[in-house]
Design a protein around this ligand. Structure first.
Ligand code: AMP
Length: 320
């Protein structure tokens, strides 16, 4: 008689991901939360969240990632991680980041592309990339080759004076990228991260002088991306569909044309912008599932696996 394996497969999968291994992942690709099933490829969220430095990209991305089955990649967090770990890229980036300047486009694409290639059928958000029109073009060319084009660009519209007053109150937890603000989103214990209790730090580029430079940089290099994406949003593109395994080359079918969605959401705080962003993502991507629903489904599956396994164990015990 066949041996009964315990714990059942689904349970074992959860157990094998330790906290340490989750931390070791280069970005917030959290296998606990990423859906195991493939979403409909036509309705996958591939979002660029776009806005001035300090507009709340990180905060809003974190809320989306917490609520939905979405992965995120922040180039600022990645670079800070490289700097903290003193890697080759980190050494190259340290001065540039501290001065509020931008790293070369090709270096940035290399960092981002290697991560995105692992996320083909997942919902994802890019925070902090692209930051120049050439970066936007490089990203589009790369995604087009993979037949995984951007589906949504969100432009966060927050007034300059609001951002400037906010920045001196901003503190971050470097390892996780969690952001706090002493005036409207303070940590529970001043100076320490809510989840780990580790000390918070000030970003070296969050002082008024460097911040003013980053804002100038935004207007010069990054804001032209809005015109770039609004042109893209008016031009539907056809993407090559990789041939099916059993398909004759002459039977190639073409998927419907893909159109990028570009939306602007405005407000003075992330709390004001969040409901607009949430409603937008929900209506444009009905295939997105909430994390709470996913966890509940998994809990039910693992419970029914456990019941099945217990039943099998009881019947095999009776046979022997
Ligand atoms: P952020 O946390 O997104 O504000 O990024 C912090 C810093 O990292 C920026 O001020 C730049 O120096 C650098 N950086 C982040 N993303 C990019 C990018 N896409 N291109 C060039 N430099 C970047």
């Amino acid at each position: 008689m066949q041996a009964v394996r315990w714990p059942p497969a689904t349970t074992r999968r959860y157990v094998s991901y330790s906290v340490a291994s989750r931390r070791a992942l280069p970005f917030s690709l959290n296998p606990f939360r990423a859906s195991q099933e493939r979403p409909d490829p036509g309705n996958i969220l591939r979002l660029v969240i776009f806005g001035k430095p300090g507009a709340g990209k990180g905060t809003l991305t974190a809320r989306l990632v917490k609520k939905y089955d979405i992965l995120s990649l922040s180039t600022g967090d990645l670079l800070r991680q490289h700097i903290a770990e003193r890697t080759e890229i980190g050494r190259q980036a340290e001065q540039i980041v501290a001065q509020g300047k931008l790293l070369p486009d090709d270096v940035m694409l290399e960092i981002v592309a290697s991560k995105l290639d692992h996320l083909r059928n997942k919902h994802w958000i890019l925070d902090g990339f692209p930051r120049t029109v050439p970066q936007g073009e490089l990203l589009d060319a790369h995604l087009k080759k993979q037949a995984t084009p951007l589906s949504l660009v969100v432009n966060l519209d927050v007034p300059d004076e609001v951002i400037l007053s906010r920045i001196s109150d901003r503190w971050v937890h470097l390892p996780s990228g969690r952001v706090y603000n002493l005036s409207y989103n303070p940590p529970k214990v001043e100076g320490f991260d809510d989840e780990t209790g580790e000390p918070l730090t000030k970003r070296p580029d969050d002082n008024p002088e460097v911040f003013a430079r980053r804002l100038t940089q935004f207007y010069a290099s990054t804001s032209p991306l809005i015109a770039y994406y609004s042109r893209a949003a008016q031009t539907p593109t056809r993407l090559p569909r990789p041939p099916h395994r059993h398909q004759h080359p002459h039977q190639l079918t073409f998927p419907p044309a893909h159109t990028l969605l570009l939306k602007t959401v405005s407000g003075t705080t992330s709390d004001e912008i969040w409901p607009q962003l949430d409603a937008l993502v929900r209506s444009a991507f009905p295939a997105l599932r909430e994390t709470a629903t996913l966890l509940e489904t998994r809990r039910r599956h693992s419970l029914s696996d456990a019941v099945c396994a217990a039943g099998l164990a009881a019947s095999s015990g009776g046979d022997s």
